[in-house]
Design a protein around this ligand. Structure first.
Ligand SMILES: [Zn+2]
Length: 347
């Protein structure tokens, strides 16, 4: 491994599905390289306790960092986590990783610091990290929405994420929605029919399976059914994305049912705060492409008072799903006041 000159930050983006690990060059303000691996979570470690999953995750962070950085001298470490975060760093809940059994209140700061005793460790919410990438490009007032394993939001005002005095803000993925076809759809958090349960990547798949079971004839004639038969034999996110991008009417209907709930939330956000920039990130949004952005913009326009705003210009997509939060976490480290270790202390 090359020993490089300059100041480097080790950055983690921990999502419900993937852990990304990057090395950020402070001088050049860019990510030098990154790795990606699967997150241990409540679905792939079905019998493990939350504590065991967290311990395994910490071990993986160390492993990934060692493989990426070698002997590189680190000036700091930032872990972006899929949890709202209290000012003291307490993680309120991590449903996309720990599922409904998550007892909440994990404190990882000390555990991370123990892994790297000589390097200052900071923590961020993962959506905030993605937002800092927009800040690095000059963004000041905007919302960043992630559509991946779950749905997350952070509103940035004056280039800072606004999450309230206890860091609970931005969790619209756990806002209750009403969906007539709901059936047994449930959110990863265990809290019932939340926005994330119907409109995230995992949620859209749940809706699709539900609609396929409710009307097998319509589903049977769809491109999605044909693609599913040709691949794994069942509906998957890959099948849905491919069929949606190919204009399969059944899949477009599924996506419209799912996305309409998110579009309502975005319309409410715009009407509440007047934000003129809503940035979509996340693996599912990115895989679905511009057609998904157009669908959301169209639906948001349907749910909001028309004062001449251009929804197609308001909603845009950040096109680097693998690196946006790593870049943002690196930028956060490069520009933060040294004494601040958690994002909530910015509020
Ligand atoms: Zn929830």
């Amino acid at each position: 491994m090359l020993m490089r000159q300059g100041k480097f930050f080790l950055v983690f983006d921990i999502g419900g599905t993937s852990i990304r690990t990057g090395l950020y060059n402070e001088e050049h303000r860019r990510l030098e390289r990154f790795r990606k691996t699967c997150t241990p979570n409540f679905m792939n470690r079905e019998d493990a306790s939350s504590e065991a999953i967290v311990e395994q995750m910490l071990g993986m962070l160390k492993q990934e960092a060692d493989a990426l950085c070698g002997e590189c001298h680190l000036a700091g470490i930032c872990a972006a986590l899929p949890s709202p975060m209290a000012p003291d760093g307490t993680l309120w809940r991590m449903p996309t990783v720990l599922g409904p059994r998550d007892p909440g209140g994990f404190r990882l700061q000390d555990k991370l610091q123990d892994l790297w005793p000589d390097v200052p460790v900071a923590m961020l919410n993962d959506v905030s990290a993605a937002g800092y990438y927009r800040v690095a490009q000059g963004g000041r007032d905007f919302a960043i929405v992630t559509i991946g394993s779950g749905i997350g939001l952070k509103v940035f005002l004056d280039a800072k994420p606004r999450t309230g005095p206890n860091g609970r803000g931005g969790e619209i993925g756990h806002f209750s929605v009403h969906e007539p076809i709901a059936g047994d759809l449930a959110c990863d958090c265990g809290g019932g029919l939340h926005l994330g349960a119907v409109a995230s990547g995992r949620g859209t798949l749940r809706v699709a399976r539900h609609m396929a079971a409710a009307d097998p004839v319509a589903y049977g004639k769809s491109l999605a059914a044909r693609l599913a038969r040709d691949t794994c034999g069942c509906l998957s996110n890959e099948v849905l994305v491919a069929a949606f991008r190919d204009n399969d009417p059944w899949t477009v209907q599924v996506m419209t049912v799912s996305a309409s709930h998110l579009a309502k939330a975005l319309a409410f956000l715009h009407l509440s705060l007047g934000l003129e920039e809503i940035v979509l990130v996340g693996g599912f949004a990115s895989a679905c492409g511009d057609k998904y952005r157009e669908l959301l913009a169209h639906l948001a326009g349907r749910y909001a008072w028309d004062t001449g705003q251009d929804w197609s210009a308001i909603i845009r997509t950040e096109t680097q799903p693998d690196t946006v939060a790593l870049e943002g976490a690196g930028y956060f480290m490069a520009t933060r006041p040294v004494h601040r270790q958690c994002e909530a202390q910015h509020a």
